[in-house]
Design a protein around this ligand. Structure first.
Ligand code: BGC
Length: 501
């Protein structure tokens, strides 16, 4: 080989080495980035861990807070609000009743006909609240009243006197079963000047302005409506839980256990208590830095901590925050991950669709990443990582919900723990059959969530006791249950005739 040839060959070899070195360095840095992504994932997973022992601590903390909330107003973050519902529908209700179900940016109007122990017919109309009606309570309630007027005039004529159940799914301090003032908005929803006002009065004023002869006879939380419908069909129903955009629970409490209203007497000796469990807090809850970032983004900072780990408004956002951090620190999504910096861009239905994608190449995950997050080409292992994050968030939420439910059962002595263990020689009390009415999109429309919740319930309670507990979905319970409660509390019904608790 001549000198020139030797020089060229040496040059080529050097260039090849340099390219190889660059490739090796790139591969090493890609590996390091991937390792960082996996490390962040592991850290998040550990932070969200809910082993049974921890869930039991959450159960006990829930019971302690329930006692504190029942003892005095402000005694706990759990408000344990009085509902003045001391009688639940029992099948004696008859007639036509209306209901308004308002829980966020949409509302429903219902016309329910009941008799002979069942719902004979039911008409439901859905409405969304346009932005321009969220400025003042007057605008909001006029809009709702007009929607009701349409259906009343069409179906029954506006002069007919009718009772209305008003489901208002926010914390309300009630003065009676048909009145109460809004304590604060939740779920990111708010309408101008409504806090502190009697929302039933606001609606009654708007109804009168419309010339309608319809009045609110029951102002209820959505959990209370759900409990009413559940109890209507099965008297073993003692509690109700909502796990949808927001989360909450209510249950039937003995009046003498509600220390904060000493002297209060009810015919039945019991009253439904709206726990507002979304605001429950305990140091046993597995809180991560992402939960703190989420809290900082919300208009109700330091409140609704349990809700922010469980409910539909927030779960997608927790996943978004984790993905954003991974994108920033590991670059696994490439340059195209800008959309991940947009708060609330990933809604919970997408989280559910990602977690439930069982195609071998995770094609639905790819589609969601491409179309909604503008991440064009995430490789399969990155898509798997995204699925895993959605799984962690779902699992924690479902398991914490289960712990909340067991908390109620424990408070009621229905968790099987009250009797002495059989090993002591005495027999354990036979646990009673217990039904918990349940509603909300997370439980109803997301099978993985439901499976995790059911699994955790059995884990905490033990298989034998879990067999005695039924979670029963009540379709449209929040609305039709309110119509039934309107019936129970309407003046044309003799109180002594019905309504059991
Ligand atoms: C509200 C509750 C409601 C729950 C479910 C929460 O944000 O505070 O009153 O029951 O959402 O809709």
């Amino acid at each position: 080989m001549g000198r020139v040839g030797f020089g060229v060959a040496a040059g080529c070899a050097a260039a090849t080495c340099a390219i190889a070195a660059v490739l090796v360095a790139r591969r090493a840095s890609a590996r390091a980035r991937w390792r960082r992504a996996v490390a962040l994932l592991r850290e998040f997973e550990e932070g969200c861990a809910t082993p049974t022992a921890r869930l039991r601590q959450v159960v006990d903390a829930m019971v302690v807070e329930m006692h504190a909330g029942l003892a005095s107003d402000g005694g706990s973050k759990l408000k344990m609000l009085l509902t003045y519902v001391d009688a639940l529908p029992n099948g004696n209700e008859e007639g036509i009743y209306y209901a308004i179900d308002l829980g966020g940016t949409s509302f429903r109007v219902l016309r329910v006909e009941v008799g002979m122990g069942s719902v004979i017919s039911q008409k439901v109309e859905d409405h969304t609240i346009p932005e321009e009606f969220m400025g003042s309570s007057e605008d909001l309630f006029n809009l709702v009243a007009l929607a009701l007027k349409n259906i009343v005039e069409r179906e029954d004529g506006k002069d007919e006197k009718r009772a209305l159940g008003f489901t208002f799914s926010f914390p309300v301090r009630q003065n009676s079963v048909s009145s109460g003032s809004l304590i604060r908005w939740t779920k990111g929803f708010s309408v101008g000047d409504t806090v502190g006002k009697d929302v039933a009065q606001c609606l009654n004023d708007a109804l009168a302005m419309c010339g309608l002869n319809v009045r609110v006879t029951a102002l209820v939380n959505d959990t209370v409506g759900t409990l009413a419908l559940g109890h209507y069909y099965d008297e073993d129903t003692v509690a109700a839980v909502i796990i949808g955009a927001g989360t909450n629970a209510c249950y039937i409490e003995r009046t003498d256990a509600i220390i904060k209203c000493q002297g209060l007497l009810t015919n039945s000796g019991g009253m439904v208590v709206n726990m507002e469990w979304g605001n429950f807090w305990s140091s046993h809850l597995p809180r991560t830095s992402y939960d703190i970032s989420l809290d900082d983004e919300t208009q109700n900072r330091n409140d609704q901590g349990f809700e922010k780990m469980i409910s539909g408004i927030y779960l997608g956002e927790i996943v978004r925050l984790v993905l954003h951090r991974i994108a920033e620190e590991s670059d696994v999504f490439g340059d195209a991950a800008d959309s991940l910096s947009t708060p609330f861009i990933l809604s919970t239905p997408f989280l559910a669709a990602i977690r439930e994608d069982d195609s071998p190449d995770l094609s639905e995950v790819r589609r969601i990443l491409q179309e909604h997050l503008k991440i064009p080409s995430a490789p399969l292992k990155t898509r798997r990582l995204v699925v895993k994050i959605c799984d962690i968030v779902t699992r924690r939420a479902a398991r914490l919900s289960a712990a909340g439910i067991v908390g109620i059962l424990k408070k009621l002595g229905r968790d099987g723990s009250s009797g002495p263990a059989s090993s002591s020689g005495r027999t354990r009390d036979q646990p009673k059959k217990t039904v918990v009415a349940i509603e909300g999109s997370l439980y109803q429309d997301y099978p993985v969530f439901r499976e995790y919740l059911d699994e955790a319930l059995a884990e905490i309670l033990g298989e034998e006791v879990a067999q005695t507990v039924t979670l029963r979905v009540t379709e449209d319970g929040s609305g039709s249950g309110a119509a039934l409660l309107a019936a129970v509390n309407s003046s044309n019904r003799q109180r002594q005739q019905g309504g059991s608790i």
